[in-house]
Design a binder for this molecule. Sequence first.
Ligand SMILES: [Zn+2]
Length: 325
Amino acid sequence: MKLQQVSENCFAVLNEKNRVCDANSGLINRGGGVVIDTQSDLSHARRMIELFSKVWDDMPKRVINTHEDGDHVWGNQLFEGAEIIAHRTVPERMKHVADPRAFQKLLNGVDRFLPRLLLRAIHPGVLAIGRQLQQDYDSNGIKLVLPTTVFDERYVLDLDGTEVHLIYVGPCHQVGDTIIHVPKEGVVFAGDVIFRQCTPMGWTGTYENWLKCLDLIIWLDPEVIVPGHGPVCGIEGAMEMKAYLEYVREESKRCFERGLTSLEAAKRIDFGPYGEWRGPARLYANVERAYREFRNEPADAPWDAAKSFDALYEVAKARGIEVEF
Ligand SMILES: [Zn+2]
């Protein structure tokens, strides 16, 4: 994990492995301080606080959660008394998609003989992701702390004369997707709307909204983008993300029309230049999302997480690449 200054008052804490849950955090160091996203477990959140504390005077008064996923909200409890801001949909969604008990169950199941046996037999992908997460994270002690302030379309903070714009762009990667624009400093904190040099995974949302949001970021023309996952970039990060999504949607369409299942498609679609990105087998999730749209299913049709992780596992095995989430 490293600290990087991205403008006069904006900073990022970056997780460098870019495996699943390795999310970034941001800091706008004005007006009492604003932290953006709080990491996947308490030890990562503490390390993030330690790194940011090199530049701030005191614990920040505000936290923004860019969306409801656990890897962006599970350190909220360490910011006691802070105002936590997110889109209106986020508190309710967090209770379902970021329930720390599910995370704990997954990580603990890997250790116990019988569940492990069952997992291996029925859900090899779940066992593999459980093992990986166990290497990287410690789910103990995480309590869900929900946002205290919610907004609908836009929310503006005035940090001693520096405006910070929270812009709701969801549902594209998740329901509550929000980007944070600091116009005066030319910075956008993009949350999981942008993954950089690692394969994105979308859950609830549409390609159309996601592409529209990337167009908005390109139009805002920031000098620096802090993505939700991966290294800091410029506008090219948004453009590459857009090219990836368009490529996957197009290739998926071709496979769909030929009658292939989403799993078969994910085993066959050429990775192209994106094979270099971390976790290329995550392609499955993006193909499946495209298929849901081709089948006219609602964007919020529930995901079977176990089935999805098993499919990722199968894609990696079939393509002879490392099983990594
Ligand atoms: Zn996410």
